[in-house]
Each structure stands twice: as C-alpha cells, then as structure tokens.
Design a protein around this ligand. Sequence first.
Ligand code: DP6
Length: 338
Amino acid sequence: MSNATRRASKKGSRWATAVAHPNIALAKYWGKLPGDGNVPAVPSLSVTLAGMRTTTTVAFDATLVDDELILDDQLQAANGRAKIRATQLLDRVRAAASTTSRARIVSANDFPTASGLASSASGFAALALAAVHAADLDWSAERVADLARRSSASAARSVFGGFVELDGGAEGGASRVVAGPNALDLRVIVAVTTEAAKSTSSTDGMKLTQERSPYYAAWVADAPDAHARMRAAVVAGDFTRVGELAERSALSMHACAMAAGIVYVTGATLAALAEVRAMRASGLEAYATIDAGPHLKCLARCADVAAVHERLAAVPGVVRIIETRPGEGARLADEDAS
Ligand code: DP6
C-alpha cells in the first residue's frame, strides 16, 4: 500500500479506498446469539465471489460535523439505516484510533444493492478495510474481519478470499480461510431475478425466524454438523458433495424461515430451482443455493458454465446472468490487480 493512495495530502484528511467481493454461503448461518455482539448462532462456510464487487472510499475530514454516506451515487439520509450502520462501524474505528474526525464514505456496487446478492457482506468488508487504513491502524485481516462482523456477520467472510468459515454459537465469531480459491473445480452462476431491493433484511428475517419458526431449534441443532461435512467436502475438493450439501443447507434455511412467514423466494426463483434440478436429471451436474433474496446461485463445474448460463437465462423471470468464480478477499484499491 502506498502512502500516497492511503492519505490525502490535505492536513486533517486521511483516506483509503478498498475493494471487496460478496460471498455466498455454501453452509449457511441463520440466527444470532442473544446480546449485541452480532455473533451467529451456528457456524457457516462461504466462497468469496470474484465477478461482483464493492468499491468504498473512506476519507476522515476534521471539518465535517457528521459522517456522510454516498451509496451508489445517492446521499443517504443521516437517520437512515445504511448511514447509522456505517457510523457504528466508524465509531469503533475512531475509538481505536483515538480520533473524533467524521468521515465521508463513497461506496458503489456493480450489482443490485440489498437484494440478496450479499451487498452488505462486500459493503462492510470494504468499509472496514478502508476505514482501518484511513485511520492509520495497523490491524491484521482477522481483526478487520471481526470489525466487519460486528456490522454484518457475513461481511467477516468477505475479508478473506477463497473458501472461508465463520464460527458461530459458543465458538464465538472468528473467521478464517479453509481453502484457497482453486481448491475446487467450481463456478457460481447467478440468476438475477429482479434489480429491486428486498423487502425484509437478513437482520429482520432471522430475528423473526428465531422468534416464530417452530423449526428454529432443529435448524440450530443440525447446522454445525452440516458445516463440518461441508468443510470436509471443500478440503477434499469434492464438487459433487459440496453441491449436494449446499443445496440442502439453502433449502433447510428457507424452510425454517418460511415456517415463520419469511419468504424470500419468488416464482422466478422456484422456476430457476426446477431448471437446476432438470439439469441434473439430464446429466448436467449443477446445484442451487439461495440467500435472503429472490436470486438463485447455481454451482457448476468450470467446463459446464456456458451450458448452465444458457439454460438459466431461458428461465421465465430471470432478468440477467452474472458469472462468478472463487476470488480474493478484501484489499486496498492500489493492491488490486483484477
Ligand atoms: C442467508 O450476515 O447479512 O446470507 O449480520 O444481520 O447483516 P446481518 O446478516 P447477514 O446474513 C446473512 C444470511 C445468509 C446466510 C449466510 O451468509 O451464511
């Protein structure tokens, strides 16, 4: 990292720009431990996805009276949820750096924001890394991930590249790399079903699930074992096992949430899921996963990307396809080679 990029020359204004990718959980978490630590109730394992990115600049400026957040070219309301969450992260950085300077944050996604494409994961990973460097803190990636997790738990996993696990339950909220981006013959093809923002955030959806789903206890009991099996399949480089376990994890999470009245899937999501299953029946090995939104992410081998792309693009309600691959963790913009 060069000091020229990290800090503006103007006195009292220090800045940094970071890039991060979303991640998709192959073994999902859903639900939090009680308390305000934002620790997931169960462990999870994800793959960081090159092919979609958030770019965020944080500039501390002693002349500002409040933090300012510009998200996808829109100045966010001072009392809006996005701005409040960003300020909470910056407050932790300010406390660690012993500064009271407010900051201007400019963040942009090259994919739909807040629609279940994990924009909060890449968003808070990029924000945490940029803020830590703009404040001149010399933190490890693990500490940056812990900062990101406190804002959005899945964001911890986007700090790292490749296959990443996040501890949950009594294990606490630490995260680490399980395997590098090339550990598996894997591509993730995203079937985007709407460009609109989702109606129930992950935070609210999981809270309601914990309160209302008759299946929540069963989900919490099953997820650690599902995570351990996924970890073993990833380490073994077993695409088939990873795919089977990923589809099972996604359907278990959605079944648990649906029983609480939280429905993220739409007709288009289910039509895409049926197509993935039809692919398998016809000998094209592909698996589906779905996060807290209506899009479907299809796991396929590298050689099958074109065939899967074509079939998903033809599903009614699928508006566009994004091809992604296992990628790098969050990094400063001047270290970005992609
Ligand atoms: C379905 O980590 O985005 O993607 O911490 O409340 O911001 P908050 O929630 P978040 O929820 C992610 C839920 C999930 C599953 C997963 O990523 O493991």
